[in-house]
Design a protein around this ligand. Structure first.
Ligand SMILES: NC(=O)c1ccc[n+]([C@@H]2O[C@H](COP(=O)([O-])OP(=O)(O)OC[C@H]3O[C@@H](n4cnc5c(N)ncnc54)[C@H](OP(=O)(O)O)[C@@H]3O)[C@@H](O)[C@H]2O)c1
Length: 265
């Protein structure tokens, strides 16, 4: 991969919002868009620890309607809207164990975090894109939206499947007005959260991290490349999709999973 000085600056002059851009895949996307010259706004519930940041940070809990609206208002006032919206924030923080462990509250949270936060943010920021007749919206989904694992991702996968469907609908609606909408479905990414999740499970099961990781690969049907993605690899795809290089791409769902998906799509 080229170093930052050698990166093509094809996002110069573009304003991008990356939700959940302080950690994991969102952090890598943020770094990649900055390297391509974009002015990036990042939002999360907690401010990062660093005192000087290469991006604008706005605190918001996107599971709350009023905080989504406040965020959009602040962005519209300070930046006059965005050209690129990466709806990256999402989470599977719900108990495993299948249907009987999931309460109405869990289902409601799964939908708020993984579907409705994006729906609300798109609705608030789309008018500016439609007015300028250009813009790109990315929805970060998951390969498990098409390949759910009942004992650990039931509500999360269902909410992300709804996100895929919504993303396709929205792309059809706004494509004639110059706005592209694309879904990206990552497989397993080696983020800090993923490492501590696996470490926890390995300790409980009394096995090594490597054995735990292999067990997870086996449960998802095997990963032909034999490793997780580095978040930077997922970020590279997102960068390509928001760049002018992807000018004819809309309405698609890109799976990036090291070959894990077991069927021809
Ligand atoms: N990691 C994987 O293997 C994987 C695989 C497939 C799909 N994905 C998808 O990729 C996306 C990123 O996942 P990740 O694993 O990189 O996440 P992560 O490392 O857990 O980071 C999540 C980010 O979102 C922020 N966030 C969490 N809840 C929030 C809320 N309610 N409001 C605002 N910000 C919030 C976090 O900051 P604060 O905690 O400070 O709010 C953080 O910046 C998600 O949509 C996930 O479903 C991940």
């Amino acid at each position: 991969m080229k170093n930052i000085q050698q990166q093509e600056q094809d996002l110069l002059g573009k304003i991008a919002l990356v939700t959940g851009g302080t950690k994991g895949i969102g952090k890598a996307i943020t770094a990649r868009l900055i390297a391509a010259g974009a002015t990036v706004i990042v939002t999360a519930r907690n401010a990062p620890e660093e005192t000087t940041l290469p991006y604008h940070f706005i605190v918001a809990d996107l599971s709350k309607t009023e905080e989504v609206n406040q965020l959009a208002q602040e962005i519209n006032e300070k930046f006059g809207g965005v050209d690129i919206l990466v709806n990256n924030m999402g989470a599977n923080t719900f108990p495993g164990g299948g249907h009987s462990t999931l309460s109405d509250e869990h289902w409601d949270q799964a939908l708020q975090i993984n579907l409705l936060s994006s729906v609300r943010l798109d609705r608030a920021l789309l008018p500016g894109m439609l007015e300028q007749k250009s813009g790109v919206i990315i929805h970060i989904s998951t390969s498990s939206s098409q390949f759910p694992i009942w004992e650990s991702t039931m509500a999360y996968s269902a909410a992300k499947s709804a996100l895929n469907s919504y993303s396709k609908s929205l792309s059809d609606e706004v494509a004639p007005q110059g706005v592209r909408v694309v879904t990206v479905s990552p497989g397993l990414n080696k983020t800090e959260a993923m490492s501590s999740f696996l470490d926890n499970l390995a300790q409980k099961a009394g096995i090594t991290m490597e054995e735990m990781t292999q067990g997870l690969f086996n449960r998802v049907g095997g990963v032909p490349m034999g490793r997780m993605a580095a978040p930077e690899e997922t970020a590279e795809l997102v960068y390509f999709l928001v760049s002018p290089k992807a000018s004819y791409i809309t309405g698609a769902n890109y799976i990036i999973d090291g070959g894990n998906f077991p069927v021809v799509k």
